[in-house]
Design a protein around this ligand. Sequence first.
Ligand SMILES: Cc1cc2nc3c(=O)[nH]c(=O)nc-3n(C[C@H](O)[C@H](O)[C@H](O)COP(=O)(O)OP(=O)(O)OC[C@H]3O[C@@H](n4cnc5c(N)ncnc54)[C@H](O)[C@@H]3O)c2cc1C
Length: 437
Amino acid sequence: MKRVVIVGAGFGGLRAARRLAGGDFDVTLLDRQNYHLFQPLLYQVATASLEQESIAYPVRAIARRWGNVRFQMAEVTGVDLANKRVLAEGGSIPYDLLVVAAGAQTAFFGVESARQHARELKGLPDAVALRSHVLAAFEHAALEDDPQKRASLLTFVVVGGGPTGVEYAGALAELIDGPLARDFSPELVDMARIVLVDMLPHVLDAYPPNLRDYTARRLEALGVELMLGAQVADVLSDRVTLSDGRTIPAKTVLWMAGVEPVPLAGALGVDRARDGRVHVESDLTLPGHPDVYVIGDMAYVEQDSEPLPQMAPVAMQQGAYVARHIAARAAGRAVEPFRYRSRGTMAVIGRGAAVARVFGLRLTGLLAWLMWLVLHLSYLIDFRNRLLVLINWAYDYLFFERKVRLITAPDTTRDGEWSVDDTSPAREASPERVAAF
Ligand SMILES: Cc1cc2nc3c(=O)[nH]c(=O)nc-3n(C[C@H](O)[C@H](O)[C@H](O)COP(=O)(O)OP(=O)(O)OC[C@H]3O[C@@H](n4cnc5c(N)ncnc54)[C@H](O)[C@@H]3O)c2cc1C
């Protein structure tokens, strides 16, 4: 049996493993974490809508149903292409065919202070930490007498007006206006600001103008301040500075401005595109290494002179293609080059509001929102997860309630220096402070 090693149990790797299941290959699936993560719903964990367990699933529980697929938790550090071995912590694993699908990480585009002080949303720990941080910021703001510090605690800056930034900003606005407005005093909730910053003059760059305008209007209706055409130059623990010199005092800065491939892409030592993705042939193999495939967010593939986007459907279709390619090669059959078939894109803004480009149609509002709900439910990996998500969504929709308002991660609102008036003498409890209790 040929040994196929797949690095990454995300959208691309898992799809490839599933399609190779039951075949005549000895498949080893490697991942540094023991679960598959449904990243598109991470922002709902971060805004107290969903428990983390409802969007993740243990890979062993999936792989044990597939006789010829074995899962191994390991951090892969490199690939010895000459000797056909995957280098992982604790040893190396030989392969006949290799599929690298290790995904992407947050790109800070040279703003090093953002790497240090901004928060990101790539994994479950990020989502739980962000939820805890935002809720802790409200708790501390309720006790804070210094108006500048209180304003900084209650200002949430989202950098990046792509789908993830839009979805998070909308969901945070609804968390504050719904459950938190009942938990805290009206004065405190009124002080809360969500600022969405993007260097482009619009949000949702990949969408047509009418869908962008709709999104901007809906976000503003939710109270999100749009700061468009503005570039972030510096992030400190309590403020953001824009390249035109403006500053926004904020204890929470969420960086959602883009992604770059994980370091493993560099460790391969092969030709890469300007954005760091690995150049691959039209059959997704590495140039000069026909036994190594690179797929998903790590791979740079052009189609009709445009690079394919880093999205889950691209990774999944590439995973399925690679499995087909491997089986066809073993059978001595030829396979046509990879071609991505887009079924559309969609982004949600808030309850009853989404934008969608599907089947050549441009949809907004309730219909787009319902399509988004159904699609995301159907893509979740397991019946139990779907049920959990459905129950939470229904509860949230009917009662405007989000029960996962739990501070479970270490309190990071106290991290770093205050550059505002830090040494002011303690004051008497203000009426707002009493009201907050
Ligand atoms: C917050 C967020 C929201 C998103 N929303 C959407 C959306 O709404 N729609 C959409 O289409 N796309 C969305 N995406 C993008 C989508 O999740 C990615 O395009 C998709 O996950 C790419 O699949 P992949 O298989 O390449 O990588 P991933 O699914 O990221 O999987 C990579 C796997 O590799 C593992 N790994 C990484 N490095 C190593 C290593 N060195 N050793 C071992 N294992 C390793 C990781 O643990 C991970 O399990 C979103 C992404 C994020 C972060």
